[in-house]
Write a protein that binds this ligand. Structure first.
Ligand SMILES: Cc1cc2nc3c(=O)[nH]c(=O)nc-3n(C[C@H](O)[C@H](O)[C@H](O)COP(=O)(O)OP(=O)(O)OC[C@H]3O[C@@H](n4cnc5c(N)ncnc54)[C@H](O)[C@@H]3O)c2cc1C
Length: 394
């Protein structure tokens, strides 16, 4: 009788054979996005990062791949599973966190609220063009004095006849300066509401934030709203209160669980390849014990992060994921990726500080990912509350 088949050789790039957890369609999508990143993003990313630009003309190409709002149904969206959306985020961020941020903001922070809470008219007007990358969206929640505690926002929307008039300032808004439409969250007499604001509205201004040393291939802006007058139809009819913006953030964070695993993986792969080529003390540095230890720590970290992401994807596809479980993934995968990036930077020695290699770019990008969509501390508190029943936010 034939015994069990012998196991295949260890694969340093898929050590736990995680590809076996993905179905054919998922592998195809993963490979398609990976090819796009290899062919279209990696050749120029160092220049975009150095110049501090996001190549906005690529929005339509990303739309043509079906990646914008891909987990939404109808209105030109692909209707993919949550796992498929996550895998696309993983590959995009293995290229650059700026590209994954573009995708997350467009799909989860700008399109999702319109899709979930918008009127039929708002959906028809914006979603098909946004799915195609012909219209770009941004999400304005954070303000200069309101970050981790967004409920303390000061932007106000007041009624004037049947119109709404918005005043306030939003800060650190991804895609702000390139957006055609801004999802702006503002306080009204009835609590926080979401507004669909065309960026050519009189009184709307976007000022790009310069001197960033992180997420340089991404546009980050201040939005100033000075008496922006909007019709009644600009408000999202389907949601009131902080549930609106928080539910969007939960969608986007899910993408970060996968995306950060992709950035960490790219750093591990760069460090492994470099360590095998670089010779010091008469042998590849990969043959020195201290380097091997770093590579092994990175391997374990990136494989564990990918496994966690895939597991959370399956939970989300089954409709079983909780916001605290998404916090678990964001909290752990981003800090793991940042640690991997810092160790990989070390393994590359002096080369580790240049844009000739992807590592320092990922390392700097991950500092933003660590902070946005709920800082590491805020997710610690969310998890603490979930397991103790006690809120320690205030
Ligand atoms: C590149 C980039 C892009 C961004 N894009 C967007 C966007 O598109 N839309 C948007 O609305 N926002 C965006 N943000 C803003 C981001 O969400 C905020 O920066 C984030 O929520 C943190 O707010 P803050 O920077 O004001 O820090 P603060 O809230 O001031 O926090 C400062 C420090 O205090 C800690 N802290 C705060 N409260 C507590 C507490 N209760 N207990 C313990 N520690 C605490 C924090 O964890 C942090 O370490 C972006 C930020 C960056 C950097």
């Amino acid at each position: 009788m034939a015994g069990p088949a012998s196991p295949p050789a260890d694969d340093p790039l898929d050590f736990l054979a995680l590809d076996g957890l993905l179905d054919e369609d998922e592998l195809l999508l993963r490979d398609t996005v990976r090819r796009f990143v290899t062919d279209r993003v990696l050749p120029d990313i160092a220049e975009w990062f150095e110049a501090g630009v996001f190549p906005v003309e690529m929005a339509k190409d990303i739309g043509a791949l079906g990646l914008l709002g891909m987990h939404l149904e109808g209105y030109g969206c692909a209707g993919s599973s949550a796992s498929a959306y996550g895998l696309a985020c993983m590959e995009m961020e293995a290229g650059d966190s700026g590209f994954r941020s573009f995708m997350s903001v467009q799909g989860s922070l700008a399109m999702f609220p319109i899709w979930k809470y918008g009127s039929e008219e708002q959906k028809q007007e914006w979603l098909p063009r946004m799915a195609a990358g012909e219209a770009i969206g941004c999400f304005g929640l954070t303000e200069p004095d309101s970050g981790s505690d967004p409920a303390s926002m000061r932007t106000r929307a007041r009624r004037d006849g049947s119109d709404w008039v918005l005043d306030g300032t939003k800060m650190w808004i991804t895609n702000g300066g390139i957006a055609d439409v801004a999802m702006v969250w503002a306080v009204t007499d009835d609590g926080v509401r979401g507004f669909v604001v065309p960026t050519d509205s009189p009184g709307f201004e976007a000022n790009d934030i310069g001197r960033k040393l992180s997420l340089r291939a991404s546009v980050t802006s201040e939005l100033v709203l000075s008496g922006v007058r909007l019709p009644e139809a600009a408000v999202l009819p389907g949601v009131a209160g902080m549930k609106g913006p928080l539910s969007c953030l939960n969608e986007a964070r899910f993408g970060i669980v996968f995306g950060s695993a992709g950035a960490g993986r790219a750093c591990y792969e760069a460090a492994l390849s470099y360590a095998k080529d670089r010779h010091q003390f008469d042998k590849p540095i990969a043959g020195h014990q201290l380097i091997q230890r770093k590579l092994v720590e990175m391997l374990v970290s990136v494989q564990r992060s990918a496994l966690l992401a895939i597991h959370l994807g399956r939970l989300k596809d089954a409709g079983q994921i909780t916001p605290a479980q998404v916090s678990f993934g964001k909290f752990d995968n981003v800090r793991q990726a940042l640690d991997v990036a810092r160790e990989a930077r070390n393994v590359l020695g002096a080369n580790g500080i240049t844009l000739e290699y992807p590592v320092v770019r990922h390392m700097n990008n991950l500092e933003s990912v660590f902070t946005y969509e709920g800082t590491n501390e805020i997710h610690t508190l969310a998890l603490g509350q979930a397991i103790t029943g006690e809120s320690a936010f205030r």
